[in-house]
Write a new protein. Structure first.
Length: 149
């Protein structure tokens, strides 16, 4: 009887029928420089669109977590632009085909470890390569000193 309940528990745990994903977003958004902007339907006249300030670099995963310049609506490589007479801290323009739509600042993006990881890896790589170089040079100097004696 105990084996039956354990077997039933295992079947229920690993059954694909028990997996339910119910992710829905309150509004379409883009993330730029650690800030979340809600995308509106308001179009920005092309004469007000200024310089390219960034692009979508990632999409949220199935759990709803995201990092970097992410968007739940736009594909990767969608461009962001500044708008004349409006600070980037208030709103940005998002390229949507041949038009630009306004995205209004809502709040800071939540912390994600990849935001830190993507900047620390190059630094750590440089430190490790530098350490290897200096250790190698010190060993080479010791070896040459031993040979010259």
């Amino acid at each position: 009887m105990k084996k039956f309940f354990v077997s039933l528990l295992l079947v229920c745990m690993f059954s694909p029928l028990t997996v339910v994903l119910g992710l829905s977003w309150a509004y379409p958004f883009v993330v730029y420089d650690g800030k979340v902007y809600q995308v509106t339907e308001e179009q920005v006249p092309i004469v007000q669109v200024e310089e390219n300030i960034g692009r979508v670099t990632s999409k949220p995963d199935r759990t709803g977590e995201y990092y970097g310049n992410a968007s739940n609506k736009y594909p990767i490589d969608t461009k962001y632009f500044s708008i004349s007479d409006i600070p980037v801290s208030e709103a940005i323009a998002v390229e949507e085909g041949n038009v630009y739509v306004k995205a209004i600042y809502q709040h800071e993006a939540p912390f994600h470890w990849m935001n830190v990881f993507q900047y620390t890896v190059p630094i750590l790589f440089f430190i490790v390569i530098s350490m290897i170089y200096f250790i190698r040079e010190r060993m080479k100097t010791k070896y040459l000193n031993q040979i010259s004696k």
